[in-house]
Design a protein around this ligand. Structure first.
Ligand code: SAH
Ligand code: SF4
Length: 385
């Protein structure tokens, strides 16, 4: 009989599991605290649990982490781990230390089915959803590993913020995402506040509504374009959930969100979505939803055929938004030297769905808000001559 991995459960799930073993809820709470607050995986070490329960658990359950394939540390302190999730798949997790916080960027899927043009994970195609336990295992490992490595005092936390911005579209793995978020938020687990846990989505409208009802945390929406024609090309999911519907879902989400704004992420692509006209069109969008903008300089990878916007263009773009009163930040690129920056997470480079070939064959149409359009390949040639 295979053992049940207790990392799969939120506290309610663990209580139900313990009940099936004939144990009271408070036992589940003790067990949950051992696992998530102390990082214990050996039932025998859980000294305040009855010996009979420890023995019972050892026969049917386990706390099994993901296998670490590799660890890379950047000169800026960023650490990237590659975890083996079986079947030739691997996912990446990135720790980003800052003066006042430690952020963990977590993956939700091996690969991704959305297939955004500018994203290395998208080029890889979709392999499979992670389980709740595999999502939690990334935090479990990083928190307890870093506590030891950084020699933190008892009670100090290494990770203060979680962003679901690693590989995969979290809202296309909803049934695993929600219990994993509950473990992060639970006071008996990691005790993170809802404001410090961010789900980033390419815009799965019905699931934004469900998240609002089931587990509202901070929401980031990957916008990347101010109009449907361009967004259809960059984020193919837009064909299903166009911008107007997405903005309405954002407004509904704000009713219950822990923050009073949505963060719009906007990846700056040279000659594609980075003109002052695009910025002005975003100002109009910002009037429809309480929001902040986070401009992400594109992190290039070989197969994308895209280039990062020059710094001056990003600055000018940000200025248009700021002048209109829209709070706008430009994301600092971290972990560049170890390919840990946004969208560079590719895990195992296996192309099961041939998504990459499909994507590189089709030319990208560059749409300007003024309805003019051009082929990006010819534009970038122009740029070089
Ligand atoms: N699937 C979710 C979360 C993972 S991607 C989403 O799309 O929101 C996390 C963020 O990284 C998204 O905003 C995404 O658009 C951005 N991103 C993806 N590829 C990138 C790249 N090559 N350079 C910069 N940002 C990228
Ligand atoms: Fe998937 Fe997000 Fe990458 Fe798009 S940007 S392919 S939704 S991981």
């Amino acid at each position: 009989m295979s053992l049940t991995n207790l990392l799969e459960f939120d506290l309610d799930g663990l209580a139900a599991y313990c009940e099936r073993l004939g144990e009271k809820r408070f036992r589940a709470t003790q067990l949950f605290r051992w696992i998530h607050q102390k990082g214990a995986s050996d039932f025998n070490a859980m000294s305040d649990l009855a010996k009979s329960l420890r023995d019972k658990l050892a026969g049917v359950a386990c706390v099994t982490p993901l296998a670490v394939v590799s660890e890379q540390a950047s000169t800026d302190g960023t650490i990237k781990w590659l975890f083996d999730v079986g079947g030739g798949n691997a996912v990446e997790t990135v720790f980003i230390p800052e003066d006042d916080r430690g952020t963990l960027c977590i993956s939700s899927q091996a690969g991704c089915a959305v297939g955004c043009r500018f994203c290395s994970t998208g080029h890889q195609g979709f392999s499979r959803n992670l389980t709740a336990g595999e999502i939690v295992a990334q935090l479990w490992f990083a928190e307890h590993h870093l506590r030891r490595r950084l020699n933190l005092a008892a009670g100090d936390r290494a990770i203060t913020n979680v962003v679901m911005m690693g590989m995969g579209e979290p809202l296309q793995n909803y049934s695993a995402l929600v219990p994993a978020l509950r473990v992060m938020l639970d006071d008996h687990g990691y005790g993170l506040s809802r404001r410090r846990v961010t789900v980033s989505t390419s815009g799965v409208v019905p699931m934004i509504d469900r998240l609002r009802d089931d587990c509202p945390v901070a929401l980031a929406v990957s916008l990347h374009a101010p109009d449907d024609a361009l967004r259809d090309d960059l984020v193919p999911l837009n064909r299903k959930y166009p911008i107007a519907e997405l903005l309405e879902a954002c407004n509904r989400y704000l009713d219950k969100a822990p923050r009073d704004f949505i963060t719009f992420e906007y990846c700056m692509l040279d000659g594609v979505n980075d003109t002052p006209e695009h910025a002005r069109a975003l100002v109009r969008i910002s009037q429809a939803v309480s929001c902040k903008f986070n401009l992400i300089p594109f992190n290039p990878f070989p197969q994308s055929g895209l280039k990062r916007s020059p710094r001056e263009r990003v600055t000018a773009f940000a200025q248009v938004l700021q002048d209109a009163g829209v709070v706008t930040t430009v994301r600092k690129t971290r972990g560049d030297d170890i390919d840990a920056a946004c969208g560079q997470l590719a895990g195992e480079v296996q192309d099961r769905t041939q998504a990459h070939k499909r994507m590189t064959r089709a030319p990208i149409r560059v749409h300007r808000p003024a309805s003019e359009s051009a082929d990006i390949t010819s534009r970038s040639k122009e740029g070089r001559s």
